[in-house]
Design a protein around this ligand. Sequence first.
Ligand code: SAH
Ligand code: SF4
Ligand code: F3S
Length: 450
Amino acid sequence: MNTDYRYLLASQVTPKSQSFFIRTYGCQMNERDSEKMAGLLTQIGFSNAMSQDDADIIIYNTCCVRESAEDKIFGHLSYLKHLKTEKNFILAVGGCMTQQKNIAELLEDKHKYVDIIFGTANRHRLPEFIWRAMNSERVTDISEDETIFPEITDIPVTTRVFSHKAGVNIMYGCDNFCSYCIVPYVRGREKSRPVSDITEEIGALAADGVKEIMLLGQNVNSYAGDATFPKLLQFVNEIPGIERIRFMTSHPKDFSDDLIAAMRDLPKICKHVHLPLQSGSSRVLEDMNRHYTKEDYISLALHLQEAVPEIAITTDIIVGYPGETEEDFQDTLDVVRRVQFSSAFTFIYSKRSGTPAAERTDLIPRKTANERFDRLTAELYPIMTKKNEAKLGRIFDVMVEEVTDAHKYKGRTNDHTLVHFTAEKEFSSGEIASVRIDTAKTFYVSGTVL
Ligand code: SAH
Ligand code: SF4
Ligand code: F3S
């Protein structure tokens, strides 16, 4: 069916006669989905427009994890409504936000300038939706077919943002239902891809020059394909051409000793783990349905630091969860001090309708949540700076990400530290530069190539 629509569309499109622009919000999942959609449209014959103002088809790949994400998207959509009065284009809005039935209905009823409303599970049907919109049909389709992977597999080389690194989905969806989180409702149940699909995709990426792979999933360590997650890491570790392997996100409740051993023993697995804490209070963690305690988290982190020396542990933390007391918050600060995170994404709790936490009435006043947010970053930032200062004078292998200016580069160490460096020699992305660190800041270090 899809192939037919691709064919139909292709027969109408000549290169450069039709162009698309994709704007992506949210996490690495969405970024990878956008790359795949771009690959699909490029294969059909559409060209990639430099900006949305030049595009014949504009696609918004949306996120709804916090209210602020949705507000931002609606703000940008109002600009497109205005643009539609000046020029003709097809507007498609898909992703996590539209996968919510109430939002799809709102867009359908009140935002008539949106031509295509699609979801997370049917992005591979984009050619069909575009074909129908080109034939003056307004399309709303957020159907979910739990039996198939919305994987766009028959595109050997997708249009990637980075030439040297790529994300690869190993699983879709989430079964954890953390009380505050909307992701399970918009991404569906957990489904793991077979090992051979994953390794084939990575092999094709490696053949296209990719050096670094990020294995993606909402909870990668509950991967349940035809191997365990540590075993999958072993297979990926053997793929020629791939030099660095990362994965995210890991859930503390599913972090096995085998996984720690894999991180210790497999040479290509990077010494970095993103391990969301969410809260340091065992009471709040139970409310959140996280299935671990403060003590479990600390002991896992210490175990990792012992087994994999120099591992960087980064995290996600939410403040102002309903009912969070000063004592609960103190527990969060305590974990921050004891684990010594290399970096953290910090969030103020955002109510998401449809989630269990949205029913709570014991909300934390905004002012208190803001204060806790500031106190949390005041605790975190000096630790992050200190971690970076420990790198001063040392030499690291930095994988080059991009040229920022003449002789100036940006790259990452194995433990994911951002490095700015200068070099007389020319580097291209994906190359390894040997850099001595001269300056340490909170969010990055700087150095000179040797
Ligand atoms: N699956 C991943 C990431 C999920 S979304 C995980 O389990 O960690 C990324 C982060 O957004 C979460 O880790 C959480 O810290 C934050 N988040 C999710 N829902 C939120 C909400 N309602 N309010 C504030 N932060 C939220
Ligand atoms: Fe959301 Fe929890 Fe699933 Fe992460 S593990 S996506 S926070 S429900
Ligand atoms: Fe957002 Fe969907 Fe990712 S809600 S964080 S884009 S899974």
